[in-house]
Design a protein around this ligand. Structure first.
Ligand SMILES: *[C@@H]1O[C@H](CO)[C@@H](O)[C@H](O)[C@H]1NC(C)=O
Ligand SMILES: *[C@@H]1O[C@H](CO)[C@@H](O)[C@H](O)[C@H]1NC(C)=O
Ligand SMILES: *[C@@H]1O[C@H](CO)[C@@H](O)[C@H](O)[C@H]1NC(C)=O
Ligand SMILES: *[C@@H]1O[C@H](CO)[C@@H](O)[C@H](O)[C@H]1NC(C)=O
Ligand SMILES: *[C@@H]1O[C@H](CO)[C@@H](O)[C@H](O)[C@H]1NC(C)=O
Length: 390
């Protein structure tokens, strides 16, 4: 009652200029309302339309939106405590960054809602727009950080469960259409190459053989998705791991990168690129977009200011030289950590992961591909194009 009276008093005391402000507010809130309706139509009402292009996400911490919050693991593979998430979400979500990841931006550009983690309870409606299966620490090999992560093979099992659900919900025909129209974003491999260094165990086989086994398992995974009906694939290659702060601090001569880690990544990237072109030649309807994350990251590390960064080597959150000790948040082995003031100025968020600002720049490249200045880093398709293909 009192509220109503007060409002009346205020509206009576409107001056002429505030009338215009009020009028403008009416118009703009109307526009907002309409825009909201359009957005809702695009991203939340279309469950039964035939036009949803879903986004499925597989991989490691570059793409994990919180699956590891729900498994029995350690804080080494979790990021569900502050200051993770502080820039965008205002609270930790399990993402290894200060804010959004590449996949979050891709979903936004594709007019999809945030794609929920497979293991997150609820969201059954949202999961019709896609599902995120990625798990921090995961590799293409089952042995990589086994017992602490969801391996690529188990991620595939989770995907099969979703596919089965879709068949039940949409029927065989419609489900098949959606599965083949969907985009599959995959970022895997880094942990298969990092784990020997991070666990201080040397490789028991030659490096080239290790890469062959990783690529072999990834190939098997891709064929499985293809067999089920997936056709459009987006890949991130592996960055120059030896130059990450966490790896640089592991070696006595701290001025250079950890050579063997970079070498493994380089071999992997060459093999991945030839694999994808080979599958494209051999397998009908297989389309892909490969993002050269290595090149894009190196370019930024070498010329941070060209891309709006102030710091290209040191991480925002952590401790030790380059904040190379993986202690961000104070819940891991080392408790001490420092946090930079403005993560947007940094390329690295912690010693193994990148800031939202970096991920956003990458997502823009992946989405727009050929139309940007460093166009050579995405091809043959950009992800926008993959979404448009029926
Ligand atoms: C799907 O999109 C096409 C063209 O983009 C349109 O013609 C068709 O009406 C849409 N169907 C539904 C069910 O929204
Ligand atoms: C979680 O893992 C730890 C150590 O690996 C084990 O001791 C514990 O029983 C596990 N808890 C559950 C609920 O599985
Ligand atoms: C790693 O292993 C080597 C020998 O295999 C040993 O000399 C070194 O101290 C170990 N480093 C750590 C950090 O455990
Ligand atoms: C996959 O990896 C395992 C080791 O994790 C290996 O034994 C197997 O041969 C690999 N598969 C392929 C197809 O390369
Ligand atoms: C990254 O790219 C640079 C130059 O583009 C290349 O020299 C290097 O071998 C690449 N490293 C990896 C890990 O692909």
């Amino acid at each position: 009652m009192e509220k109503v009276t007060r409002r009346r008093t205020i509206s009576f005391s409107f001056s002429f200029s505030s009338f215009f402000i009020f009028f403008f507010f009416l118009i703009s809130s109307n526009l907002l309302f309409l825009a909201g309706k359009a957005a809702a139509k695009f991203s939340h009402e279309g469950d039964n339309s035939n036009n949803v292009t879903a986004l499925f996400i597989f991989g490691d911490s570059f793409l994990d939106a919180g699956n590891n919050n729900y498994i029995n693991t350690s804080t080494l593979d979790q990021a569900n405590f502050p200051p993770y998430g502080q820039t965008f979400f205002g609270l930790p979500t399990g993402r290894f960054s200060d804010g959004r990841l590449i996949s979050d931006f891709i979903a936004e550009y594709a007019n999809l809602p945030l794609i929920p983690p497979f293991l997150e309870p609820g969201h059954s409606q949202k999961k019709l727009y896609g599902v995120n299966f990625a798990s921090a620490g995961a590799g293409a090999l089952v042995e990589t950080f086994q017992g602490s992560v969801i391996s690529l093979r188990t991620q595939l099992d989770h995907y099969k469960k979703v596919e089965k659900l879709w068949r039940r919900k949409f029927g065989k025909e419609e489900s098949k259409k959606r599965i083949s129209r969907a985009v599959y974003l995959i970022g895997i491999g880094s942990n298969d190459y990092l784990s020997p260094f991070l666990t201080n165990q040397s490789l028991s086989i030659p490096m080239s053989q290790h890469v062959d086994i990783v690529i072999g398992n990834l190939t098997a995974f891709l064929h499985e998705i293809y067999k089920i009906g997936g056709r459009k694939f987006g890949f991130l290659n592996v960055p120059d791991l030896g130059c990450f702060p966490a790896l640089r601090v592991l070696q006595p001569n701290k001025e250079s990168c950890l050579r063997d880690a970079s070498r493994l990544a380089e071999m992997h990237n060459k093999a991945l690129s030839s694999l994808l072109f080979k599958i494209q030649r051999q397998v009908k309807g297989f389309k892909f977009s490969l993002f050269d994350m290595n090149k894009s990251l190196r370019l930024r590390m070498h010329h941070p200011s060209k891309f709006g960064f102030k710091e290209g080597e040191e991480a925002c959150c952590g401790t030790g030289k380059w904040r190379g000790v993986f202690s961000c948040g104070g819940k891991r082995i080392v408790k001490e950590y420092k946090l930079c003031k403005n993560p947007n100025d940094y390329i690295f968020w912690d010693s193994l992961h990148l800031t939202q600002n970096t991920y956003k720049q990458f997502a823009n490249l992946i989405w727009n591909g050929g139309h940007m200045s460093d166009s050579l880093v995405v091809g043959p398709y950009n992800i926008n194009k993959l979404f448009q293909i029926p």
